[in-house]
Design a protein around this ligand. Structure first.
Ligand SMILES: Cc1cc2nc3c(=O)[nH]c(=O)nc-3n(C[C@H](O)[C@H](O)[C@H](O)COP(=O)(O)O)c2cc1C
Length: 368
């Protein structure tokens, strides 16, 4: 295993990373009442101290009544909540780490809690939780404007607290992605329409508002996925041309880095095209922007199955390195391997492959 190339610096705008390893955003639900605790700060500190180049936080809610569907997921607004995040970033900085909060609105993905509901109605583009399934009301114009402003305010707060970048959660079937998806966006206003670029105008408005709030040099990452939790097979862009138009609109609106979420990073994006480039590979080729790949790096099985209890064994990094060395992407997102083991990056850097751990479901229960 030679992963030396991952341990080279990365710079973009004001972002300066010691290496290419990004801790992927992972909801941990260990922030009672929405406030990150001292244990949450220590959890991130341990990873920052062990050679993770950039930590992207678990999704954290922007200031809309129903931006979150779980009372134990941290918010990114409110005095106690932001004080909790201040402690997180201060501890990460104490050990030389770099971090971005992942700013999140879950849209109308319903809570799994039986005895809890969000303190306001669910937001969604058209009152559809998946194609053909009504749930809640379409957002009124003033609610759309308020959601855009909420992302911008959160980004401004992230910068003020000292985070080095922000990530917008535009993936996996949550609010921003519900706007991208024709199956959940039937709006007849400027945020809807027949083309993917039409339906990208909500994300673009958020990006412009965020850019305005943080200034031209502050790095803004957006996370995107073709797949949805509502439908793993669905795709937003069905051809390189469609993808170029989609990502181009986001780049024009102010996105700096594209975080391209796949469940398995080795899967080609447009197989019929004869190319083996993955999503991050195409995104970089089509936009020229830096990209982050993610999905089963260092593990044998993908993450959705792991929620059902399936374990994953350590896997070689050769295929990842082949693509990285070819220049397909700039940064590598690592989820469960880093959830399981805070020292994963150090072990990879030092070639301690026999010490890499399998991922076990039990790791989800604690903040070790
Ligand atoms: C426990 C858990 C929580 C997650 N929460 C989020 C989240 O809050 N935001 C997000 O964009 N992705 C989330 N994901 C997806 C991960 O960021 C990542 O894309 C996925 O786990 C694939 O990477 P891996 O195979 O290295 O684990 C989560 C994954 C796990 C395992």
């Amino acid at each position: 295993m030679n992963a030396d190339a991952l341990f080279t610096p990365f710079r973009h705008k004001t972002l300066s990373l010691a290496n290419r390893i990004v801790m992927a955003p992972m909801t941990r639900s260990h922030s009672p009442g929405g406030v990150p605790t001292a244990d949450v700060a220590s959890y991130y500190r341990r990873r920052a101290a062990a050679d993770v180049g950039l930590i992207v936080s678990e999704g954290t809610g922007v200031n809309r009544p129903a931006s979150l569907n779980d009372p134990n997921v941290p918010r990114f607004h409110g005095e106690a909540e932001l004080a909790g995040w201040q402690q997180v970033i201060d501890e990460v900085h104490e050990v030389g780490g770099v971090m971005a909060p992942q700013l999140w609105h879950v849209g109308n993905v319903r809570t799994r809690h039986e005895s809890w509901t969000p303190p306001g109605p669910y937001d969604s583009p058209s009152g559809l939780s998946r194609p053909g399934k009504s749930f809640g009301q379409p957002m009124a114009d003033h609610e759309v404007a308020d959601a855009i402003a909420a992302f911008a305010q959160a980004a401004a707060d992230a910068k003020r607290l000292g985070f080095e970048a922000v990530e917008l959660h535009g993936a996996h079937g949550y609010l921003i992605d519900q706007f991208f998806w024709e199956g959940t966006n039937e709006r007849a206003d400027p945020y809807g329409g027949p083309s993917l670029v039409d339906r990208s105008q909500f994300a673009a408005a958020i990006l412009r508002a965020v850019r305005h709030a943080v200034g031209p040099d502050y790095p803004v990452i957006i996370r995107l996925s073709q797949w949805k939790q509502q439908d793993y097979a669905v795709r937003m862009a069905n051809s390189p041309d469609e993808m170029a138009a989609w990502l181009g609109a986001l780049a024009d609106a102010g996105a700096d880095i594209l975080h391209c979420s796949q469940r398995r990073f080795w899967e080609p994006e447009f197989e019929e095209d004869g190319s083996d480039l993955n999503f991050a590979g195409w995104a970089k080729k089509l936009t020229g922007l830096p990209t982050i790949t993610v999905g089963s790096v260092g593990l044998s099985g993908e993450f959705i199955a792991s929620f059902g209890g399936e374990g994953s064994e350590p896997a070689a990094l050769d295929e990842l390195m082949r693509r990285f060395d070819r220049g397909d992407f700039d940064l590598v997102g690592v989820g469960r391997a880093l959830l399981q083991d805070p020292h994963w990056a150090t072990k990879v850097r030092d070639g301690r492959s026999t010490e890499l751990q399998p991922f076990r479901r039990e790791a989800l229960a604690t903040l070790s």
